[in-house]
Design a protein around this ligand. Structure first.
Ligand code: ATP
Ligand code: MG
Length: 361
């Protein structure tokens, strides 16, 4: 009942007709209010395409070729500075994002559903000071605020993301990559959205900064109550901080599970491979094995399960039949929340060794 976003069988292509390639196939997700969903997978697996598609920010030649995206819009009174239980919720309106007209999209985007882009550098206006960029957002969407109120709100927002008052007059190029990312987050939160999608520039930010930023975002979520979709290559970060995780491979979500479940009992060999590719942040030293080979080109996807050429568990069936996302037979049926699902013919084979992580003494 407390759903904020539903994505059903979303398909996204680049190009049309004979030259089209499918970059996202049948993506299905449900996000609850306040939930942090991590989206992980190797480069090119379709994470950004999925995020841009479901928010209708996809650019040509990207086209949505099927599916449904429902945003459960629940406009709320200002949560800013108020405890979450003071938030008065009005009725929930279900908005079909794929069918919505531009006026509706403009109303929803940014104010209810904010996206922090993969390249923060390009999303900020290079010739405007950061305080002005924030007050401009407020000016456009909160006409009833006085200039003084806008100014105070801008300072408060920047303070919330750890940018001190002496930086307010800076231009984007005077800030580090991490600081620019924080400014982007402040802008995304300015209108108190119900959902924030953050496409992490893993290549641009170092691991420590990335971690700090996600941790800050999580603290703000505690206070403001928004849900987060966080996109990253770094599965270990998600294991620690996300509530649930979706793993993508070659445009498909191949496994969805709670962060703990995924860590302790991955059901898809690709998830297991990703877990083995990262050193654990805490505890014993971990051997990094990675996954042999590289992801397929979208123009030459292997038949059956696209992961089969790299899969140590591949069986005959995997080469010809594409597995759908199903609940592994040994996993309990959930009463509340979503079932965990995996798209693998092996299903429960991963309960046996090899363990998710090989720990060294
Ligand atoms: P990364 O981790 O590197 O950001 P990603 O998981 O976000 O990767 P996407 O950027 O969504 O992956 O790309 C998914 C697939 O779509 C890739 O194979 C990519 O080459 C292809 N693709 C992305 N943009 C376009 C485009 N404009 N035209 C054609 N193909 C594209
Ligand atoms: Mg991306």
């Amino acid at each position: 009942a407390d759903t904020v976003l539903e994505v059903r069988d979303l398909c996204i292509d680049y190009g049309v007709g004979a030259g089209a390639v499918r970059a996202v196939t049948d993506a299905t997700l449900t996000l609850r209010r306040g939930e942090v969903l991590g989206l992980a997978g190797e480069s090119g697996s379709g994470k950004s395409t999925l995020a841009y598609g479901l928010t209708r920010l996809l650019r040509a030649p990207g086209v949505i070729s099927g599916g449904e995206v429902l945003f459960h819009n629940r406009p709320q009174s200002s949560a800013f500075g108020a405890a979450p239980n003071e938030v008065v919720s009005a009725g929930t309106e279900i908005v079909d994002l794929l069918g919505a007209d531009m006026a509706k999209l403009r109303e929803i985007r940014w104010s209810q559903l904010a996206v922090v882009f993969q390249s923060a550098m390009h999303a900020l206006n290079p010739v405007a000071r950061i305080d002005a960029q924030l007050t401009d957002v407020l000016k456009a969407h909160r006409r009833q605020m006085s200039p003084t109120e806008r100014r105070e709100r801008a300072v408060e927002l920047l303070r919330m993301v750890g940018i001190s008052a002496d930086r307010l007059r800076s231009y984007p190029h005077e800030l580090s990559g991490g600081m620019r990312q924080r400014v982007m987050i402040a802008m995304a939160l300015a209108l108190e959205p119900q959902l924030v999608i953050m496409d992490e520039p893993t290549t641009a930010l170092d691991v420590v900064t990335q971690r700090e930023i996600l941790e800050e975002l999580m603290q703000l979520r505690e206070r403001l109550g928004f849900a987060i979709i966080f996109i990253t290559h770094d599965l270990s970060l998600l294991i620690e901080l996300a509530d649930s995780i979706a793993i993508m491979y070659a445009g498909r979500i191949v496994e969805r599970a709670g962060a703990d479940e995924l860590f302790h009992a991955p059901r898809h060999p690709y998830s297991l491979g990703l877990l083995n590719s990262f050193p654990a942040l805490h505890g014993d030293r971990v051997r990094m094995e990675g996954i042999p080979g590289s992801p397929p080109s979208l123009t030459a996807l292997p038949g059956g399960c696209a992961f089969h050429p790299r899969c140590p568990y591949a069986m005959d069936r995997c080469r010809t039949e594409t597995p759908q996302l199903v609940r592994p037979v040994s996993d309990p049926v959930r009463t509340g929340g979503e079932d965990r699902v995996a798209a693998c013919w092996l299903q429960d084979g991963l309960q046996e060794p090899p363990a998710p992580l090989h720990r060294e003494a």
